[in-house]
Design a binder for this molecule. Structure first.
Ligand code: SAM
Length: 234
């Protein structure tokens, strides 16, 4: 199944859910290699910053939502947390090489009890969820009061120069690399287009607050091309 329509349109609703799941199932064996290339090796630093953002919580269980091949689980374990990875793509979970337990599940219906986690991380998936409010509500439900939330995602820089550079890389070079390295140019055309799914920042923060979070903040990394959104369960 193709992730973009014939006219290059982004899928919506159930069609998005199925197309995104299928895309990650297909990409899984080559996902890690492509990640290092397209982030120019910076993705490891972005994940480190995400784990730093949990600092108010020392140790404890951290759910890594949309864990993919489990990179954040590895970083969390190295910093003394007990991670559990969740993802809806069986292919991505099969490609993961981590010691942490991995659970197949959907972000909009997390298979965990209320207030059972001390922290929740999510790397590069907010754009991919069909119903962001349902996912934020689930994050709030599974976190204990005082639990920390930290989500990374791709975004478009506001600085015009950085924006132009970002477009050349993500809209020009990355689909070509996707064709050669991952044998899937379409998936890597979806990547830059999918930033359009994310609401503008004040709205994104308001929606996280409305789900039951306080101290909601954001920071941008790498010239504004990566967003780190954080909050504390009220
Ligand atoms: C870009 S990958 C990121 C993987 C990993 N977090 C990382 O930082 O490399 C996005 C992941 O989100 C997962 N995903 C997308 N929608 C999901 C949903 N509704 N429920 C669970 N996982 C989802 C995909 O299967 C994929 O593994």
């Amino acid at each position: 199944m193709s992730v973009l329509g014939r006219d290059g349109a982004l899928p919506q609703g159930d069609a998005k859910h199925d197309a995104v799941e299928g895309m990650f199932d297909r990409l899984a064996p080559r996902y890690d290699r492509m990640n290092r290339i397209i982030s120019l090796g910076m993705d490891t630093g972005w994940r480190r910053r995400t784990v730093d953002a949990l600092a108010a919580v020392s140790g404890g269980t951290v759910l890594d939502l949309a864990t993919g091949t489990g990179d954040l689980c590895r970083d969390l374990a190295a910093r003394g947390y007990t991670p559990i990875g969740i993802d809806f793509s069986a292919g991505m979970l099969a490609a993961a090489r981590v010691d942490a337990p991995l659970v197949r599940g959907d972000g909009a219906a997390l298979p965990f009890a209320a207030a059972s986690a001390d922290g929740l991380t999510c790397g590069f998936a907010l754009r991919n969820f069909v119903d962001l409010d349902a996912v934020f509500a689930e994050c709030a439900r599974v976190l204990r009061p005082g639990g920390r939330f930290a989500a990374l995602d791709a975004t478009v820089p506001t600085n015009p120069l950085m924006r132009a550079g970002n477009a050349v890389w993500f809209r020009g070079a990355v689909p070509l690399l996707g064709r050669v390295v991952a044998h899937d140019a379409e998936a890597y055309r979806y990547l830059p287009k999918s930033t359009a799914y994310l609401p503008a920042l004040p709205e994104l923060e308001d929606r996280l607050r409305a789900a039951g979070f306080r101290d909601v903040r954001h920071t941008t990394l790498t010239g504004g091309s990566v967003l780190l959104l954080t909050g504390t369960r009220a």
